[in-house]
Design a protein around this ligand. Sequence first.
Ligand code: S3P
Length: 169
Amino acid sequence: MDTRIFLIGFMGSGKSTLGSKLARRIGYQFMDMDHLIEETAEMSIPTIFNEHGEEVFRKWEHDILVELCSREQLVIATGGGAPCHSQLMDIMNANGSTIYIQLSPEALKNRLIRSRTERPLIKGKSEAELLDFITGLLGQRELFYSQAKYIVKGVNLQTEELARLLVDS
Ligand code: S3P
């Protein structure tokens, strides 16, 4: 099994929840990139976007991910946009196993509506606007996400299934 497992996918696809369960199951440490960025910057993600802008956020995201690539036995939940910026998809594929958790725009919309995490890219959108936004952005991001080593369907995905996938490969 690779020493780094990267979970990738759109906002709301369940990367953090699955990632922490998977890490426990395989005895790896769990890392949530968004939390690491917030800890390092001593600022929430919405504040980073407001005060520094998305470009700076992407730079910090890149730096954190590169730093994680020097550590071992990690399950890493990446931010939804990470694989689509700064060559990070290539960097992840070169440094571990990437797993894309794939959900439909409709399923993502329903999960994001219920989520309490504040996400600057979707703040203030109505349900219809949100569905349009997800459909458009997911269309662009699929080009990157689909370069993952494994693609798994996110609905009803079990930790055990993920663990087996990694062990059997
Ligand atoms: C983003 C997703 C967020 C966070 C930031 C930008 C994106 O992470 O990194 O708000 O570009 O899709 P989650 O995928 O954990 O929500």
